[in-house]
Every structure is written in C-alpha cells, then in structure tokens.
Design a protein around this ligand. Structure first.
Ligand SMILES: [Zn+2]
Length: 88
C-alpha cells in the first residue's frame, strides 16, 4: 500500500543510459562496438551478437548479457551458462 502510482522509479527515456539499461541498446541500431560470439558447449550452436538470432527472438545486435536468462539453445535446450565466449 506504500505505492502512489507515479513512482520516480519509472524510466522511459530510451537511448540515454544504455549502460544501466542494456535492453535499450537496440534503439541505437546494431552497430554496437565489440560484439562477441558465443558458442554452446553442448552442441556447438553459435550466437553472434552482431547477427543476433531473429528466429529465436534475439534481435541483431543483442548483447549476450541482454539475452533472457530463461532463453535456451535452439538446438539442444542448453542454458546460457552452458555457452562460452568464442575468441575469433
Ligand atoms: Zn546447444
């Protein structure tokens, strides 16, 4: 009952604070710096941050950190923790 409807915690300013609001990075397009590639250790499926995985609901440019925790590998259903950063 301590909420008064318009809490100051509401933030609706995209493109302003992308460091603390990683989900908003998409509004700057997918030309994010230092995109990384991640590989599923179970089946070898690759997630490229630059390309995303549109078929899996991951937009191009989406950082691995922004991928939902409940997301699973499309090939083997492994979880994020089963992926490893790939150095190219
Ligand atoms: Zn996999």
């Amino acid at each position: 009952m301590g909420q008064n409807g318009q809490g100051d915690g509401v933030r609706q300013r995209p493109c302003q604070n992308r460091n603390s609001e990683p989900n908003l990075i998409l509004c700057e397009g997918f030309f994010v710096d230092e995109t990384k590639t991640w590989m599923c250790l179970i089946c070898g499926w690759i997630y490229d941050e630059l390309l995303g995985a549109p078929e899996q609901g991951l937009a191009p440019g989406m950082r691995w950190a922004d991928v939902p925790l409940n997301w699973t590998c499309p090939e083997c259903a492994a979880r994020k923790e089963d992926f490893e950063l790939v150095q190219i």
